[in-house]
Design a protein around this ligand. Structure first.
Ligand SMILES: *Cc1c(COP(=O)(O)O)cnc(C)c1O
Length: 383
C-alpha cells in the first residue's frame, strides 16, 4: 500500500443505519444529507450506495456539492439547502438540482433563469421559524407561493424549516406549530401534495409526531447519536481511522520529543511515529464556547492541568487490547506515540486512531467496503 494512514469506511453500516431510520419513520420519506463530503465519509461513494438503497432524496449545502454528485452519475433528486446567487441559478437548473427558495428575490431570479434555460425546476420553500439564518417569514409565505404559482417553470414540491436546538422541547414545539400552520395554509392554496419537512437526526428520534412527509438525516446515517436524543434505534459506526507505525526508537529518560519539546520522556521508553498530523485534521477540535460558568471552570482547569503536565494525554491510539498515548505536539504530518518500555508492537503494525470525521482532511485516503468487498466510486457506479 502506498499510504500509511487512511480511513476505512464500511458502507454496509451506512445502509444498515438508513434501514433503521426507514423502519423507525414508517411511510415518511428519507432525505440523506451528504453535505460536507458526507460528514467526511466521502459524498460520492455514500450517495451511490444511498441511491442503490432507495433513499428518496439527497441534501447538500452548496451548488458545487450538487454538481459533483451529478458528475459522478447520481440521478436521485438533490436538494440544495443554501441560498444560490443569481449567477448560479442557470447551472443549478441545468444540473436538475432542487432549489431552495429563501426570499422573494429568489422567485424572480430563478423564474427568469428557468425561462432562459427553457426547463422547469423543482423548488422547496425554506421557512424561518427560529433558526435565525435563512428563510421566508411565515407571514410572507402565502405571497411568495402566489408568485411561484404564477411562474410556469417553477414547480413547488416542498416546504421546510430547520431547528437550531432540537433537544429544547418547548422551543422546538413552538417552531413546529408555527411551521405546521404555515404548511396548512399553503396546502389550501392548491398544494395538497406538498412535501413538508423539519426534522434533522435529533428531532427525528425525539419527536416522531413531527416527521411530517420527510425527515432529513445525516448524523444518524453516519453512525452517531445526536447528543441529548434517545438511542431508540440501533445504529453502527462505519468509520475507522488507521495508521501504521513507520518508525520506532528507544529514547532515554529526559529526551525532549518533537517541536518545542512539549513532552520530555519520564523514563527510558520507545517512541513510535505515525504519518498523520494536524493537516489531516488529527487532534483538531471544533471551536466551542463555554455555555455556563461551570463549563468555563472545567475548561480552565483542564488548561491549567495541561500546563503543569498533570493531565493524561487526551489522545490515544489503539492496537489490539493496548492503548498508547500521543505525546508532544502533533506535527503537520507526523505524530509521536509513547509505546512504553517493552512494546508489543513493531514498525509496519497498524493502530486505530480517534479522528473526528468532519475534521478529517479530504485528501486522506478513504478505503471503502460494500457487501463485504472493497469498492471504489468507479466499481460502485458500474455494478
Ligand atoms: C445538516 C442538515 C441536516 C442534517 O442534520 P443532522 O443533525 O446531521 O441529521 C438537516 N437539515 C439541514 C437543513 C441541514 O443543514
Amino acid at each position: 500500500m502506498l499510504n500509511n494512514s487512511w480511513i476505512e469506511v464500511n458502507l454496509d453500516k451506512v445502509i444498515d443505519n438508513l434501514n433503521q431510520v426507514k423502519e423507525f419513520v414508517g411511510h415518511t420519506k428519507v432525505l440523506g444529507v451528504v453535505k460536507a463530503n458526507a460528514y467526511g465519509l466521502g459524498a460520492v461513494e455514500t450517495a451511490l450506495v444511498l441511491e442503490k438503497a432507495d433513499t428518496d432524496m439527497l441534501g447538500v449545502t452548496t451548488l458545487w456539492e450538487g454538481i459533483q454528485l451529478r458528475e459522478a452519475g447520481i440521478a436521485l433528486p438533490i436538494l440544495v439547502f443554501a441560498p444560490l446567487l443569481e449567477e448560479q441559478m442557470e447551472r443549478a437548473i441545468q444540473e436538475d438540482l432542487t432549489i431552495t427558495i429563501s426570499c422573494f428575490e429568489h422567485v424572480f431570479q430563478l423564474g427568469s433563469a428557468a425561462n432562459y434555460v427553457g426547463k422547469a425546476v423543482n423548488v422547496h420553500l425554506k421557512v424561518e421559524t427560529g433558526m435565525g439564518r435563512t428563510g421566508i417569514s411565515p407571514k410572507e409565505v402565502a405571497n411568495v407561493v402566489e408568485k411561484i404559482t404564477a411562474h410556469d417553470n417553477l414547480t413547488l414540491e416542498g416546504i421546510y424549516t430547520h431547528f437550531p436546538k432540537a433537544i429544547a422541547k418547548r422551543t422546538t414545539e413552538k417552531q413546529y406549530e408555527l411551521f405546521n400552520n404555515t404548511v396548512e395554509n399553503v396546502r389550501k392554496l392548491g398544494y395538497e401534495q406538498l412535501w413538508a419537512h423539519c426534522c434533522n437526526s435529533a428531532a427525528t428520534l425525539l419527536y416522531p409526531e413531527m416527521h411530517m412527509d420527510m425527515v432529513r438525516v445525516g448524523t444518524l446515517l453516519y453512525g452517531q447519536y445526536p447528543s441529548g436524543a434517545p438511542n431508540t434505534i440501533d445504529i453502527k459506526d462505519p468509520w475507522s481511522a488507521k495508521a501504521k507505525i513507520i518508525y520506532l526508537r528507544r529514547m532515554p529518560k529526559g529526551t525532549g520529543i518533537g517541536y518545542g519539546h512539549e513532552y520530555v520522556t519520564k523514563r527510558d521508553t520507545y517512541i513510535g511515529i505515525i504519518p498523520l498530523g494536524f493537516t489531516d485534521g488529527f487532534g483538531l477540535m471544533p471551536l466551542t464556547r463555554a455555555k455556563s460558568l461551570t463549563d468555563l471552570a472545567k475548561m480552565l482547569l483542564k488548561t491549567i492541568l495541561g500546563y503543569f503536565g498533570w493531565s493524561e494525554s487526551q489522545l490515544k491510539v489503539h492496537a489490539g487490547d493496548y492503548s498508547y498515548p500521543v505525546v508532544g505536539r502533533i506535527g503537520m504530518q507526523l505524530t509521536m506515540i509513547d509505546l512504553g518500555d517493552k512494546p508489543d508492537i513493531n514498525v509496519g503494525d497498524e493502530v486505530s486512531i480517534f479522528l473526528r470525521r468532519t475534521m478529517a482532511d479530504n485528501q486522506l485516503e478513504r478505503r471503502y467496503s460494500f457487501k463485504g468487498s472493497n469498492v471504489t466510486s468507479h466499481s460502485l457506479n458500474t455494478s
